[in-house]
Each structure stands twice: as structure tokens, then as C-alpha cells.
Design a protein around this ligand. Sequence first.
Ligand SMILES: O=C(O)C(=O)C[C@H](O)[C@H](O)COP(=O)(O)O
Length: 216
Amino acid sequence: MSFTLAKTERLAAILAQAPVIPVLTFDDAASGVATAKALRDGGLPVLEVTLRTPKSLEALQAIVSEVEGVTIGAGTVLETEHVQAAIQAGAEFLVSPGVSSRLIAAGSEAPVPFLPGVATASEAMQLAERGANFAKFFPAGPAGGPAYLKALLAPLPNLHFVPTGGVDLANAPSYLALKNVVSVGGSWVAPADLIARGDWAGITALAREASKLKAR
Ligand SMILES: O=C(O)C(=O)C[C@H](O)[C@H](O)COP(=O)(O)O
């Protein structure tokens, strides 16, 4: 199993594109396409489509084939089968909320970069031991917030995090100010009610605000 240099560099390049990665859940492909365009137009081109609904893979595939200028990852990757299905649908990176030993093996061997989730120092050490340089910190707020990540910097200086879970426009700067944070993830830029209403201009406005946040 390997987090290769090539995939690590690819992941670094993806995460450097924007300070915020919208975490998205879709019930149909059409709203996925419209939301992706709205977020891109607001300056957030890197998107995580969660595999939580029956239509999520269809939505991911539709975004990949119909929306220019975005980089799509699959989120809520929990099992080996999700890894294969997401890649077949066109996912350019994979994100999980946590890891099992089977998922670390499948994710790190995948042809696209894998951003595994961790919430503790021990989990972070297990990833570092396998050569990972990036992890999602989930659920960021409940797990200890910026103070927890700041404390991990001294013992694990080579691991960089994407805090997600309870992150919003107000608290994102305190995460983004940390040396070991590259970007944050969150659903606040594409809330379910705006997607349901088809308020694409509203989503673009939220994205525009978020895209101005400064990553280090
Ligand atoms: O589905 C996954 O893979 C997850 O890890 C969960 C998501 O990242 C959070 O649900 C986003 O958190 P909020 O921004 O607080 O809504």
C-alpha cells in the first residue's frame, strides 16, 4: 500500500486551488451540475461529492462530464467498493471521514489521491507511518478544533490537514491560520435548502465570500 509521491503532489496541487472545499450531497444529477457551476463561478473549483444518496454517483459523473473548470472528489468513501465506484464515475480524488485498515489499503492503492479522515493523534500517526502527508481532520469542531490541530504540529510536522465538520465562514480563519492546515471543508457554502430551491445565485454568493478566505 502506498501514498506515492506523484499522488501526494497531485493532492497538494488540488488542495492549493481554493481555501474551501464544498462538501456536497445531491438527490439528483441536475442539481449537482447546477451547484457545481454556481460554486465554480463563485471561485470554489474543488468539490467533494458525498456518496450518501442513491443518486450521488450519477451526480458526480454528470458534473465530471458537463462542468468545465472543476476538480471533483468523492466523499464519504467508507468501503473498498466505494473506491472502485467513485473512480469509475470519474472522481479525481477520494475523501473518507475515517479509516479502517482495509480502506487505507484500498484508498492508498487507488490510481487517484486519497485524503483519509482522522480525529486523533494515534490515527494521524498510523497514516504518517504509511507515508501520508495529508489527512482530513473530522469532525473538526467536536474533535478539538484549531487547538487540537495546533497541538499536533510539533510531533507530526509533515502531516497537513483539511479540517471538516462544523467549519463555517466565522471559524474557518482560525483553522486556515495554522501551519498544518492547507484548506478547510464544509457544507455551509451549498446548504441543502438553497440547493432544493435552486438558488444558484445564493450559492455563488456564499462561495465568493468563502473564496476570499486566506490559506497560508
Ligand atoms: O460525509 C463525509 O465523508 C464526512 O466526512 C462528513 C462531512 O465532511 C461533513 O458532514 C461536513 O460537515 P459540515 O460542514 O459540518 O456539514
